[in-house]
Design a protein around this ligand. Structure first.
Ligand code: NDP
Ligand SMILES: CC(C)CCC[C@@H](C)[C@H]1CC[C@H]2C3=CC=C4C[C@@H](O)CC[C@]4(C)[C@H]3CC[C@]12C
Length: 526
């Protein structure tokens, strides 16, 4: 399979991208809805990355800014959005030291402990963070962590083989399963990554295989609940693997990058943390599709099934587990249905394949995102039919609203504004923005429907849906709400990040939208 379409403009062979340039140079080229979609997204990628380039140019002029300034700087600046122009050289140097060296070192050393703390809290502290905290009382954090890690077993052979087997299966399916060819957004170096859109088929097949194997192996005394019983081994293996994997990605990016979309910041630690390549490929396998979708999101779904099996083995049918597992699986189903859309988000378009995204998807998603059902295995709650149905209905409604909001935004751009939003002609702003090379482009900002209530209203149902699959655990402990708490922090931060990004991209058009829709997330409040 072709993995990259290089230099789209020169090649001129990609009709959709070419349509984009025709339209943007205001020639009256007919634009289909598919083209309209591609126009917006390729432009957005290019604009974001070019903005970063502009900033990099400025920084290079500042005296004392000695570190090499490359694409990684540009991307990190785009993401963290800090202003450097008016600051003194020393302050800039300190900021660079903090953001590019100290913070990454802290995260690389600290976050692997987070998932182990979750495991320890569930397995050894009856799900109570207070009990877990007592390990640290009157002694140093390091001493506490050492004691907790001493309880973690080395990965045993069955766990290692299950993981190797799953990875081999997932990789094989990436190649073998059918799917239409889709493209990602145009990269700063003029490459358009090509993907095979077979995520949904993979998801359905994997879930069917899981339950078929679970039933078939049951008479032989084999159960997937081994993954629950030895979750410490799973997490330690994933931690070790991901640290090693990121080192390999670093070396690959340094010595044999897959495409021109790669580069070094001149700081080894930052390169390891943030990554060297935007779209690394090994033997034609896209690394980010594997880590984010086929591993992170799929393993989350499988762990939820494993927890449901374990709960059934221990207690029979438990309605709280059913509600939580059902809603999580429904959400992940929605994710795979929309996988091609996810391949056009910031995670893929701007975040490089380094520790942040790879460790996050290989370890943090299995360790944190699936933690509610993990907790529920040992803390079954009988909700009764009324509450069960209520939570299921409210959770499913939240998933639908989140999906519908994502969809409205896409729909209005596909249809170039010629569609109905909540039964009415949409209120849209045709926002112009300029590329670094001077080209002017246009995109649509929707100011009605969900996008008229607040600028990131869809984060509310995202938080609500997570709340409805956590609340079956009721109020005995905070632990099962860890994911919701994380999500509130992540999405609040993301709403600032996105406002900064869009403000820079659209300027006065974004201000116009902000006037119409003044609140970030919660209407009338925030
Ligand atoms: N569970 C989890 O851990 C997380 C889940 N999510 C979910 O993933 C999905 C994607 O979220 P996220 O990646 O944050 O991105 P968003 O869906 O918030 O999209 C942001 C982008 O949409 C465009 N946009 C902003 N306002 C408008 C508007 N009014 N009309 C049209 N386009 C607009 C802008 O891009 P452009 O440049 O194209 O104009 C902006 O950068 C959501 O469902 C979210 O809830 C997200 C993060 C974490
Ligand atoms: C280094 C760590 C502390 C941080 C790791 C963060 C990542 C695990 C997460 C950052 C953004 C997250 C996601 C973004 C959008 C998504 C779409 C949604 O529909 C499903 C979830 C997700 C893929 C989500 C997954 C975790 C992150 C990559």
């Amino acid at each position: 399979m072709e993995t990259f379409v290089t230099s789209v403009r020169e090649r001129g062979g990609d009709e959709r991208v070419r349509g984009h340039y025709d339209a943007e140079s205001h020639q009256k080229a007919p634009v289909t809805s598919l083209q309209a979609k591609t126009m917006v997204d390729t432009a957005e990628a290019e604009q974001l990355l070019r903005q970063g380039l502009g900033k990099r140019g400025n920084r290079q002029e500042s005296p004392g800014d000695t570190a090499a300034t490359t694409d990684s700087d540009m991307l990190s600046n785009g993401i963290h959005g800090y202003e450097q122009l008016t600051q003194s050289a020393t302050l800039q140097w300190v900021k660079r030291l903090v953001t590019m060296t100290l913070v990454p070192i802290f995260l690389i050393m600290f976050v692997p402990n987070l998932v182990i703390l979750i495991w320890y809290t569930v397995m050894h502290c009856e799900g109570s963070y207070m009990k877990m905290y007592s390990v640290f009382q009157g002694r140093s954090v390091l001493a506490g962590l050492r004691d907790i890690w001493s309880l973690v077993n080395y990965p045993s052979a069955p766990i290692v083989w299950i993981l190797i087997g799953y990875c081999a299966y997932a990789l094989a399916m990436m190649k073998l399963l059918p799917g239409k060819t889709v493209t990602g957004p145009l990269t700063p170096k003029g490459n358009t990554p090509v993907y095979k859109d077979n995520g949904f088929v993979f998801f359905v097949l994997t879930i069917v295989l899981f339950w078929a194997l679970t039933l078939a192996l049951r008479p032989f005394g084999l159960s997937p609940s081994i993954l629950y019983d030895r979750f410490d081994e799973v997490l330690s293996l994933l931690n070790i693997f991901s640290l090693f994997f990121c080192a390999v990605l670093y070396l690959k990016g340094r010595f044999c990058p897959s495409s021109t979309d790669s580069g070094s910041s001149g700081n080894l630690i930052f390169d390891y943390y943030w990554g060297m390549e935007l779209y690394p490929r090994v033997f034609g396998f896209d690394i980010k599709v594997f880590t984010n979708c086929r591993f992170g999101m799929m393993v989350w779904a499988l762990l939820v099934c494993v927890h449901a099996v374990k709960s059934f083995e221990l207690h029979g049918f438990v309605d709280s587990m059913f509600v939580s597992a059902f809603l999580q699986i429904l959400y992940i189903t929605k994710f795979f249905w929309w996988e091609a859309g996810y391949l056009r988000t910031i995670d893929i378009m701007l975040d490089r394949a380094g520790f942040y995204i790879c460790w996050g998807c290989l370890v943090y998603i299995p360790g944190l995102y699936a933690s509610v059902s993990y907790y529920l295995v040992e803390h079954p709650v009988n909700l009764g039919p009324f509450v069960t149905l209520l939570f299921l209905a409210l959770g499913a409604l939240s998933i639908y609203i989140n999906f519908d909001a994502d969809n409205q935004k896409q729909e209005v751009r596909y249809a170039d504004g010629n569609c109905l939003i909540w039964g009415r002609k949409p209120d849209i702003i045709r926002a112009k923005y300029q590329l670094e090379n001077g080209d002017v482009r246009e995109s649509i900002l929707l100011a009605s429907g969900w996008w008229g209530l607040s600028r990131h209203f869809h984060y509310i149902p995202e938080i609500m849906l997570a709340f409805f699959w956590s609340v079956p655990a009721l109020g005995d402990n905070i632990m099962p709400y860890s994911y919701v708490i994380w999500l509130v922090i992540l999405l609040t931060h993301r709403s600032y990040r996105d406002d900064t990004k869009c403000g820079k991209k659209y300027g006065s058009f974004w201000n116009q939208y902000c006037k119409k829709v003044p609140h970030k997330i919660v209407p009338y409040l925030f």
